[in-house]
Ligand binder design. Structure first.
Ligand SMILES: Cc1cc2nc3c(=O)[nH]c(=O)nc-3n(C[C@H](O)[C@H](O)[C@H](O)COP(=O)(O)O)c2cc1C
Length: 216
């Protein structure tokens, strides 16, 4: 079974980063179908263990569980809130505990949330270089959600959904998992009648062509 682990670096409760992670996890899960599991880790729950692990030099407690889940995952979804124009310190500390070798070649989808839309470049200035250093394969589409993107009337809501969908498609493509079988298209009565008429027309046309062919 394909395992995707989503790391939420949000500290708030409720957390807008968790909201973003949920949307991305849902999109990735839908594309992977029943043969995959998407698991979400909230770093705020492991904050104390992450800090303690930084001082001891090895991951323990909830930090260890998170690191193990990330290292053994087939692909990652990672998202951090923007704090002073970068990812949060907790997010960085967590990935400082992860083994670089375990991250090499792993497909990663990156996301961030911020109060201001002007800090969306955090994804390309900070987040992408971090995962490039770890030799992970970062999908081309990164997802940034500013406060205004969540408003139902915002013009950007559609853009956010579109970006989530595109990035999810890119991550699943990297996993090389065949898309789940799509349900048979629903054909209503009118459509079926139209199709029958068209088929009859094609058959007639073929007959006419056959009749006009000179006998050889
Ligand atoms: C200490 C701190 C620094 C922040 N710095 C920025 C910033 O530089 N740019 C920005 O757009 N938002 C900034 N924010 C706002 C957060 O990025 C935003 O509220 C985020 O969505 C919170 O995520 P969460 O709800 O998942 O914790 C900052 C918030 C805090 C608490």
């Amino acid at each position: 079974m394909t395992r995707v682990v989503a790391v939420n670096g949000g500290l708030g409760d409720p957390s807008s980063t968790r909201l973003l992670v949920d949307r991305i996890a849902e999109a990735v899960g839908a594309r992977l179908g029943g043969g995959a599991k998407v698991e979400i880790i909230d770093l705020r729950e492991a904050a104390v263990d992450i800090a303690r692990s930084m001082t001891t030099g090895f991951a323990s407690g909830a930090a260890r569980d998170g690191v193990d889940a990330v290292e053994s995952a087939d692909a990652l979804i990672v998202a951090s809130p923007v704090f002073n124009a970068s990812y949060s310190g907790l997010f960085k500390s967590f990935f400082d505990l992860v083994d670089v070798e375990a991250m090499a070649g792993k497909p990663v989808l990156i996301g961030a949330t911020g109060g201001s839309p002007r800090h969306s470049m955090v994804l390309d200035h900070a987040m992408r270089p971090l995962f490039s250093y770890l030799r992970s394969v970062v999908v081309p589409t990164a997802i940034y959600a500013a406060a205004e993107d969540w408003a139902p009337t915002s013009g950007d809501t559609a853009t956010l959904s579109g970006r989530i969908d595109r990035a999810a498609g890119e991550l699943v493509a990297l996993l090389g998992v065949p898309a789940p079988e799509s349900p048979a298209p629903v054909v209503d009565k009118v459509e079926r009648r139209q199709m029958a008429t068209e088929a009859a027309g094609i058959a007639n046309f073929a007959r006419l062509l056959g009749n006009s062919t000179p006998a050889g």
